[in-house]
Ligand binder design. Sequence first.
Ligand SMILES: C[S@@+](CC[C@H](N)C(=O)[O-])C[C@H]1O[C@@H](n2cnc3c(N)ncnc32)[C@H](O)[C@@H]1O
Length: 207
Amino acid sequence: MHTEVKKVIVKYEERYRCESGTLLSLPDAPQAVLLPVGPDCGQFMNSFLKTSKVRSILELGTSYGYSTIYLAEAARANSGIVTSCDFDAEKQIFANHMLRQAGLEGHVVFRSGEAIEEIDGLDGEIEFCLIDLWNSYYIPALDALYPKLAPLAYVIADNITSPDPVAGESYRHHIRLRKDIESILLPIGWGLELSTRRASNGWFFRG
Ligand SMILES: C[S@@+](CC[C@H](N)C(=O)[O-])C[C@H]1O[C@@H](n2cnc3c(N)ncnc32)[C@H](O)[C@@H]1O
């Protein structure tokens, strides 16, 4: 990764360290603090996207844009684009400011609104989606997303084992009802469910 991208990631991680103490216990914490996917998940998604050469990337849950940096850096490498949704436009303004500092502006299109409505309004097939919303929206988001997934699309859902493992388990059960999806729980960050949609020839891997 370029130095300016690494510098921006360090800034986010410094802010996260400051917020990890008292701020997280405040009532408005979910809106005020980063709640980032964390460096292991960020790095995993970045490497995964570059290896799989995915170009059409959807992020559900921009927040302040920590995960967006990792996705955008991979999108630049793949000549792709990230579409990032959040119902908080103010956070997306901050995210865009950080993208500019990282030299990654132009690789992300922000959509501010409710995730399921934004998915319904998307054109074209989605090759990769990160689901990182409030827990109760994971299953509705997956259902809205499913008809738009490309053959061999990947879906990563964060926070499967923490902070709400019961919600995470419901999502894992729900995605397994789709017969053309293979899914595995990865012990990365707060638990990632990595799901792959099978191609029409029955294969799960890109040739
Ligand atoms: C856990 S944070 C995302 C963190 C971000 N991916 C990162 O790594 O920095 C969840 C975000 O999803 C947004 N959100 C939650 N439910 C949503 C929904 N139904 N539609 C749109 N945005 C939603 C919240 O406003 C919040 O900013």
